[in-house]
Design a protein around this ligand. Structure first.
Ligand code: ADP
Ligand code: MG
Length: 228
């Protein structure tokens, strides 16, 4: 009976963690087609998804690639697996958390808000490239990165490789400091593929086999795939 009760409690705890994480329940590893991203090692992703030592060390993950390539899906999928392994994870669009932190700063609650985020072993900052370019807002993003440095992990998805981050942080010094802190102890996954949706749609149309990799999107979006 006691064992059953303990197992029930652990299950309820994991379910609570999943609810607070805000992950899309459908974006799991089981639903992720690794053959669509041959440059990403499944074994490597599975190791990240088990937590290993990277979360204990406060190391980071960066996922780069053009829109539609599966960055958000893979970030969610790793997060779901970590929740299953007992970790606490938060998924948020970068613009959303930046707005919240900015509001906290205006009411002099920024340190308290950052401390509250400490309970998460991992925060997934989705779509860094779309963060606001307003100086005050991006400086809270910088503070979040600096606050967690070497203590708590971040997983960042971005359309732009690091060389494009000067569009995210208005001040070049801040860009360099953010990159430096983030990239130190980090794993970089490059998903240099054409949009998954567009590929599956055109596969259906033409009936041809899915092409697994293509360096440049059809919409002309330039993608070097090389971080600075
Ligand atoms: P990104 O964040 O890179 O713009 P998304 O993760 O939002 O791309 O992917 C776009 C859509 O395609 C989503 O519905 C996602 O679930 C799906 N998708 C992308 N890559 C894969 C994949 N390798 N396997 C299964 N679904 C994928
Ligand atoms: Mg995305």
């Amino acid at each position: 009976m006691l064992e059953h009760e303990l197992a029930e409690r652990a299950k309820r705890r994991i379910e609570r963690h999943r609810t607070e994480s805000h992950f899309d329940p459908t974006k799991t590893l089981a639903a992720f087609d690794f053959s669509a991203v041959p440059m990403v090692s499944k074994a490597h992703v599975m190791a990240l998804a088990s937590g290993d030592s990277w979360l204990e060390k406060g190391a980071n993950v960066l996922i780069f690639g053009p829109p539609g390539g599966g960055k958000s899906h893979l970030g969610s999928a790793i997060g779901h697996a970590l929740i299953d392994a007992g970790y606490r994870v938060l998924f948020t669009r970068t613009s959303e958390i930046v707005q919240k932190l900015q509001a906290a700063r205006q009411s002099l609650q920024l340190p308290a808000a950052l401390t509250k985020l400490d309970r998460f072993d991992l925060i997934v900052l989705d779509d860094l490239s779309y963060a606001s370019k307003d100086q005050a807002e991006t400086s809270v993003l910088f503070e979040l990165i600096a606050e967690r440095y070497e203590r708590r992990s971040l997983l960042i998805t971005a359309n732009q490789p690091l060389s494009g981050w000067d569009h995210v942080f208005p001040d070049p010094g801040m860009t360099i400091a953010a990159i430096d802190r983030h990239v130190h102890h980090s794993t970089i996954l490059e998903m240099n593929v054409e949009s998954y949706r567009r590929r599956t749609a055109s596969d259906k149309q033409s009936g041809r086999r899915r092409q697994s990799s293509r360096p440049t999107g059809q919409d002309g979006c330039r993608w070097t795939g090389r971080p600075a």
